[in-house]
Write a protein that binds this ligand. Structure first.
Ligand SMILES: Cc1cc2nc3c(=O)[nH]c(=O)nc-3n(C[C@H](O)[C@H](O)[C@H](O)COP(=O)(O)OP(=O)(O)OC[C@H]3O[C@@H](n4cnc5c(N)ncnc54)[C@H](O)[C@@H]3O)c2cc1C
Length: 356
């Protein structure tokens, strides 16, 4: 007996850059695709938030493009006013009041015009063929009657099931494996595929946002990228006003992976205080008076420490299920972009191959 057609050709879990690129690629082939995200907005780790009167990027801070495909998307978004070039390198040593040494390798560093979430929002707005459902948390990915069945829970705990011929998973790999385990798919996968996906690990990252009463002392172009071997707790400080996002001075401070791992379970207020003290030299005056508002976010899976060489993390071919994101083929925004696009193309091929 032939199974009845699934409602969607593909369901994509996650509306970060990887999920949106996978969905765009699938939709471009004329297939019906739905994207689910547990958050209220799109962008994932390309995240911008308001803190008091300030606007702060608190996840990814900039992106680079080393492939023609990503450069083409950036150039198109730039023409539409959604992306701008920020600079060609950042201060490395944090010198105050002088032209600090920059990591000037000549590559443009881009940012969203009003924040990093601009690029993912723009990808959604130009792709009417993609249906995006936010505040929709996937809790299990199962297989039934030859289709993929994703159990979804909304903000109020109400559940339903999205059925599709194929599925792309873009949450951090440990969470994608949990979804597959919850739907009893893990046991149906090849052991080598499970083992490969299980090697993927991430560093956490604390992001502290500080709204200031007066301009910071962060040197041009408005950010310091501390050297990898820096022994301090801080990896990055950006001034969101100098960056061009915020009407009022506001810093985003990122902790190093080692500090974030070590303090992962510490009270957030203690962590925020340590990181605020560590960037004391870039605050003009007494921090007690100058810092007028503070907010902290803990990214559990910030950046992959293991990256698999293949852009497509195939789970199985029948029905087609694959993982993708920045842990595949290259880290960071541009790696996630490439992995999403490649996985979308793989899904189209699988669906054309007769599964649907
Ligand atoms: C603090 C920090 C700083 C960074 N700095 C930079 C930088 O300067 N430059 C750079 O290039 N990269 C940077 N990165 C990395 C960059 O943000 C990521 O590589 C990229 O955004 C990953 O995109 P993605 O689509 O793979 O994953 P994500 O953006 O994480 O997207 C995954 C999506 O899945 C959703 N999701 C997860 N679980 C579920 C579920 N169960 N149901 C439904 N939805 C779910 C999430 O809400 C999320 O939207 C940084 C990251 C962090 C955290």
């Amino acid at each position: 007996m032939t199974a009845p057609p699934a409602t969607w050709d593909a369901v994509v879990v996650g509306a970060g850059i990887a999920g949106l690129m996978a969905a765009s690629t699938i939709a471009a082939s004329g297939r019906r695709v739905i994207v689910l995200d547990k958050s209220r907005g799109v962008g994932g780790r390309m995240a911008t938030r308001r803190v008091g009167g300030a606007v702060c990027d608190h996840g990814a801070q900039f992106f680079t493009a080393r492939t023609e495909a990503f450069q083409h998307v950036i150039d198109t978004a730039a023409r539409e006013g959604m992306v701008v070039e920020w600079c060609r390198g950042f201060a490395r040593d944090g010198s105050i009041g002088m032209a600090a040494a920059t990591s000037g390798d000549g590559h443009p560093r881009y940012r969203g015009a009003r924040g990093m979430s601009d690029l993912p929002k723009w990808l959604v707005s130009r792709n009417e063929a993609i249906t995006v459902r936010t505040a929709a948390r996937a809790t299990a990915v199962a297989i039934g009657a030859g289709a993929v069945r994703v159990t979804v829970e909304d903000e109020h705990g109400a559940g339903d099931v999205v059925e599709a011929a194929g599925c792309v998973l873009t949450p951090p790999v440990p969470q994608s494996l949990d979804l597959l385990a919850a739907g009893a798919v893990l046991g149906r996968m090849g052991a080598d595929r499970v083992a490969r996906l299980q090697t993927v690990a991430y560093d956490p990252c604390f992001a502290v946002m500080l709204v200031l009463a007066r301009p910071s002392l962060v040197p041009e172009p408005g950010a310091i990228q501390f050297a990898d071997d820096s022994s301090g707790p801080v990896a990055w400080v950006a001034d969101n006003r100098r960056k061009g996002l915020s009407a009022v001075p506001a810093l985003t401070v990122h902790a190093t992976g080692s500090f974030s791992r070590e303090h992962f379970d510490a009270p957030l207020s203690e962590v925020a205080t340590s990181l605020s003290q560590a960037i004391r030299p870039w605050i003009d005056g007494d921090p007690q008076e100058v810092i007028v508002e503070r907010s902290i976010h803990r990214w559990k899976y910030a950046t992959p420490t293991t990256v698999l060489p293949d852009p497509v993390g195939v789970v199985m071919e029948r029905p087609p299920i694959a993982c993708c994101g920045d842990a595949f083929a290259g880290p960071r925004v541009e790696g996630a972009f490439a992995s999403g696009a490649a996985t979308g193309a793989w899904m189209v091929q699988q669906l054309q191959g007769g599964h649907r």
